[in-house]
Design a protein around this ligand. Sequence first.
Ligand SMILES: Nc1ncnc2c1ncn2[C@@H]1O[C@H](COP(=O)(O)OP(=O)(O)OP(=O)(O)O)[C@@H](O)[C@H]1O
Ligand SMILES: [Mg+2]
Length: 333
Amino acid sequence: MRKIAILNQKGGVGKTTTVVNVSAALALEGHRVLVIDLDPQAHLTIHLGADQAADAKGVYDVLTGSVAMGEAIHPVRNNLWLLGANIDLVGAESELINEVGREIILKKAVESVEDRFDFLLIDCPPSLGLLTLNALAAVDEVIIPIQPHFLALQGFSRLLQTVTLVHTRINPALRVSAILMCMFDSRTSLSSEVREDIKQFLSGARNSSHPWAQADVIPVHIRPNIKLAEAPSHGQTIFEYEPHCNGAADYEAVAAFLSGEPTEAGTADVSETVETTEMNEVAAVEETEIAATDAANTNETPQDSPQSVSLDREKNETAESISQEQSTPHFGI
Ligand SMILES: Nc1ncnc2c1ncn2[C@@H]1O[C@H](COP(=O)(O)OP(=O)(O)OP(=O)(O)O)[C@@H](O)[C@H]1O
Ligand SMILES: [Mg+2]
């Protein structure tokens, strides 16, 4: 079984959306997939339309030892099983604080069902506490979703430091396998620059012993797509809610990349090469709006427009944040 944690302690970068839709795509490809909701917000559980009834068993019960893993997981789609979360999980970190081996409870639970699945994807909470440590102890791979915006890489070094600690002390098999660019808007230079900065940083670590030495940016990015934001409130994956939108195409391509089963478009950056009507329509509306603004401000050059000034500022602040992170002592772990 391939075991992957989707982790970034930054909130709202696309972790849950990625777990739901990559696992759904893998399940549609015919793989047997288990997903674990390790976030007390229970967004994964809700997104899959599997909100826990008060007496339903979930990850809290497994971590506190009141139920076996095999009894707590349940099928939520064809080929897709869930170990769900509910609000009780909030208390798990403090309840387990004096437990011996508290970081490896989930690892042992996962091992007990390992033979039943081809893929495990864990949706981590936006923090680096005991729940995340359990995820990192239980998997072999970490995929880090990043939203390329203002200060996107703030906290990146702390995240890598946590992976290194777990790699050194608990789980030598652990490595960062990939970075996934989410809500990546190729029309802004900031998106491309954040991606280039990450690629450059990763290539600098290529021959090192760091657990991210082999990591690379996945050559498919997830475009901003309103359908991806609407699907959770319907308790549906993107393939059920709007199977022909950009979001479905992008997540299908990511799943194909991970499983080594390229789609017709191959594993090239389909998000960049396949311009759909949806994207063109948005661009057309924006061009019209910009043209109207330009006509109203005939003295204003494009470089002076408020949009480009704010993008330049964000770019500089992002670059500063990376260099500050890189110069902090813990970046050289
Ligand atoms: N590609 C996308 N285009 C548009 N909206 C998106 C996209 N990906 C995610 N979203 C929306 O952005 C919000 C944050 O996404 P998501 O919940 O997946 O992030 P997260 O990292 O799991 O957040 P948290 O840290 O709170 O767990 C959600 O409302 C989601 O529907
Ligand atoms: Mg989430």
